[in-house]
Design a protein around this ligand. Structure first.
Ligand SMILES: Cc1cc2nc3c(=O)[nH]c(=O)nc-3n(C[C@H](O)[C@H](O)[C@H](O)COP(=O)(O)OP(=O)(O)OC[C@H]3O[C@@H](n4cnc5c(N)ncnc54)[C@H](O)[C@@H]3O)c2cc1C
Length: 311
């Protein structure tokens, strides 16, 4: 494949070949990607997508890689990591304007610096703003849908700006996920707060995460979505699966909702473990647990569990 057009448009320094996806995911799992590009603005991003679609060549957008499991064989296509303009952040009054590539930790720090409250819940989520809007990430009673004022996104018809009421947010779901559209940036609307209280709350939530979550191991956070009326971690624990291991993948004894990479886990280890855990929980309690983590297969995002029995 000749990638010289991409190099010309994006600049040599923004095109990398032969990267290991393991280096771009918090799970530290994943084979090589054909090519990884770093568009610096919306025009370049659109140009990359047009180029891929004309060939055609599969492409995916990656944020901080904290909610993905990448295939051991890697990805035969273009991995897009937005940078440049997408890393910009500034505050006007009670509103923070940020590009999709800005980390949630950075957004939370910006809020603290301007004595704005509302983003504390997200300060320990290791994702990008774009990934968090797409996933409607949440924690400790807060979620992205509650703090957004507007979202700018890109789809087949161009760039649009919408309010949160048009974003079809649901539990770990959004219109961007349903439609496969790309979040370019967002405006968050926060409230004035007390600097010390905001800082104390962020520190308290960080302490709780450290105490309850296996942050010392690579993972993608909670592996499964919360089934209605239950907690996935509790179901897994009650099914006797604490510490259950497949190859290098393990159900964390500290938090059974986390699958951890104990050192040399492969994506196949994780997939086999996820399937076994799903089946055991179903047999034990008649409850289906589905992965929250997105599986990056050979041709793009694929469902992690093959449909089996009733869904
Ligand atoms: C230790 C740990 C703790 C975690 N705790 C939490 C938690 O408390 N709450 C929670 O909700 N999640 C949690 N997560 C999961 C994860 O951090 C969030 O889901 C986060 O929002 C993912 O953002 P990301 O940038 O890493 O997305 P990625 O993992 O890079 O991508 C995830 C999906 O989002 C898509 N995507 C990324 N950026 C964009 C964009 N700009 N436009 C459109 N699609 C995009 C990708 O294509 C992919 O399908 C945790 C993860 C870890 C490792």
């Amino acid at each position: 494949m000749d990638f010289s057009k991409l190099r010309t448009v994006l600049g040599e320094e923004n095109v990398s070949q032969g990267v290991r996806l393991a280096d771009y995911t918090t799970f530290r799992i994943g084979g090589p990607a054909d090519i990884l590009v770093r568009p610096q603005n919306a025009e370049q991003l659109q140009g990359v997508i047009d180029w891929c679609q004309n060939l055609p060549l599969p492409w995916i957008l990656l944020g901080k890689g904290s909610n993905v499991l990448a295939n051991d064989e890697g990805f035969h296509g273009v991995v897009i990591c937005p940078e440049g303009d997408f890393l910009a952040i500034h505050t006007e009054g009670y509103q923070i304007h940020a590009g999709c590539g800005v980390s949630l930790a950075r957004v939370a720090r910006e809020a603290l610096d301007h004595e704005l409250t509302g983003m504390e819940f997200a300060s320990g989520i290791p994702g990008s703003l774009g990934g968090a809007v797409y996933m409607n990430a949440g924690a400790y009673g807060g979620e992205m849908s509650q703090v957004l004022s507007s979202i700018q996104y890109l789809d087949q018809t161009g760039i649009h700006t919408i309010g949160p009421d048009e974003a079809r947010f649901d539990y770990r779901n959004s219109r961007f996920m349903q439609e496969g559209s790309l979040v370019l940036g967002a405006v968050l609307h926060l409230k004035p707060g007390d600097r010390q209280q905001i800082q104390d709350q962020m520190q308290e939530l960080a302490r709780r995460r450290k105490e309850k979550q296996p942050l010392e191991y690579p993972s993608a956070g909670s592996m499964f979505k919360r089934p209605e009326g239950y907690f996935a971690g509790k179901l897994i624990q009650d099914a006797g699966l604490s510490g259950f291991t497949v190859g290098g993948a393990k159900i964390s004894e500290k938090h059974c909702g986390f699958v951890i990479n104990t050192g040399a886990a492969t994506a196949q280890d994780v997939r086999n473990l996820v399937q076994a855990v799903h089946d055991k929980v179903w047999e034990s309690f008649g409850v289906r647990i589905w992965p929250e983590v997105r599986y990056l297969g050979e041709w793009g995002w694929e469902p992690m569990l093959a449909p089996k029995g009733e869904a």
